[in-house]
Write a protein that binds this ligand. Structure first.
Ligand code: HEC
Length: 141
């Protein structure tokens, strides 16, 4: 009887699985009053200098293209995505579902956190720029 009681009691206790491994993603536009410009804010502001050496054909080490299949040299090549992401690279209006956002965060869904040779990784405000661009619909014109 004692043993049965113990089993019942233990069964009621939630197992300790530790802290959630994935940081919660907030998919809303952080500042709807500010419109993100793809070329100025996303490409020049973030991708150039942090990603282009590996993700453009003219970069120093274009392994992001040869291995990852992802080319940031134009809006259309970016939107084609890479070997794993495909068109999920950018899901307009849904930053959290976009592989581009997931891969620059602390818990990428596959492979390594980007930039591959980080740290340093992108700052919270740089990640926010990309997230806001997608939240606003990911226009590139
Ligand atoms: C030092 C080289 C390097 C740099 C810098 C780099 N990447 Fe990558 N990237 C890779 C390689 C190699 C892969 C394939 C392996 C992987 O997915 O982890 C990849 C894969 C990716 C993928 C997944 C592509 C797919 O669909 O499989 C995304 C998204 C990505 N990179 C985004 C970025 C972003 C954004 C930056 C800049 C913040 C960046 N990368 C900087 C080398 C790099």
């Amino acid at each position: 009887m004692r043993a049965l009681l113990l089993v019942l009691l233990v069964g009621c206790v939630e197992p300790d699985v530790g802290a959630p491994s994935r940081v919660a993603c907030v998919g809303s536009d952080s500042d709807p009053a500010v419109a993100i410009d793809f070329q100025r804010d996303v490409v020049t502001g973030v991708l150039v200098g942090h990603c282009d050496r590996c993700h453009t054909p003219t970069g120093a080490t274009p392994i992001g293209i040869s291995i990852g299949g992802l080319d940031f040299s134009s809006a259309s090549s970016l939107r084609r995505g890479g070997v794993q992401s495909g068109t999920q690279i950018v899901v307009p209006g849904d930053p959290c579902a976009s592989i581009l956002v997931q891969k620059i965060g602390a818990a990428p869904p596959f492979g390594a956190r980007m930039p591959l040779d980080g740290p340093p990784f992108l700052s919270a405000s740089q990640i926010q720029v990309i997230s806001d661009w997608i939240a606003e619909g990911a226009a590139s014109e």
